[in-house]
Design a binder for this molecule. Structure first.
Ligand code: C5P
Length: 233
């Protein structure tokens, strides 16, 4: 006899890691991806590429219709390397170019537009494929993958996040002052958390992890325990 139930395939597993900038979510998401052998979605990179295009082409950052239309056609691809994920826009490597603070600030200004979020929603969901996906961002658990198998929301105090961002940028050869970074991060968090569409907030089912006094290894170990406890290995 045919088991009719087996014809209904459940979608590939998803782990979401959300939180403000500098909490270490990208680093942890990558480590968990490598450990599980799953796919990785750095959703912030999509918004940053859009920011890069707007800055490069000197477009009006207030023209929602035009930017929404560009977002719907945005050609972004990711190539996973050992240490980092390369980001390509129209086939051109923009991995480093999108990491500047200016690009992050423009990205967060464009991210308030419903037309932009709608255009990028489909693109983000298309990353869900077997054997599974780890997605990091601001609204992965609340909006993009509300049915995720495990949702994590990372926090850390702003000074620690600015320090982490400073070291991260320095490693990439991008220099910024710690005081400026702190100010930028606070402004960006405020905008991300108070926007009407998909504001930065934990979903009701998210596990909250305050990483202020935790090392990368400690956070990674903690997340691995959560992954195991959710039966995802
Ligand atoms: O994570 P990252 O700092 O690269 O993101 C850049 C900006 O893109 C964020 O400050 C936020 O405004 C926006 N973003 C978003 N939703 C996401 C990911 C990023 O609004 N899922």
């Amino acid at each position: 006899m045919t088991d009719v139930g087996s014809d209904i395939e459940s979608p590939p597993a998803v782990i979401t890691i959300d939180g403000p900038s500098g909490t270490g979510k990208g680093t942890i998401a990558r480590a968990i991806c490598n450990w599980l052998g799953w796919h990785f979605l750095d959703s912030g990179a999509l918004y940053r590429v859009l920011g890069l295009v707007v800055r490069r082409d000197r477009l009006d950052p207030g023209d929602e219709a035009k930017i929404g239309s560009i977002a719907s056609k945005l050609d972004v691809s990711f190539v996973r390397m050992e240490e980092e994920t390369k980001v390509y826009h129209d086939g051109v490597d923009c991995t480093l170019a999108i990491r500047t603070e200016e690009c992050g600030i423009t990205a967060s200004r464009l991210a308030v537009f419903p037309a932009v979020r709608k255009a990028l929603l489909r693109k983000q969901r298309a990353f869900r494929s077997s054997p599974g996906l780890v997605a990091d961002g601001r609204d992965m658990g609340t909006v993009v993958f509300p049915d995720a198998d495990l949702q994590i929301f990372m926090t850390a105090n702003v000074d620690e996040r600015a320090r982490r961002r400073y070291n991260q940028l320095k490693k990439k050869g991008i220099y910024a002052s710690l005081a400026d970074l702190s100010k930028d991060i606070e402004e960006r968090d405020e905008r991300d958390a108070t926007r009407e569409q998909s504001p930065l907030k934990p979903s009701p089912t998210a596990v909250i992890l305050d990483t202020t006094v935790m090392s990368i290894q400690e956070v990674t170990d903690k997340v691995k325990i959560l992954v195991r406890n959710h039966g995802l290995t």
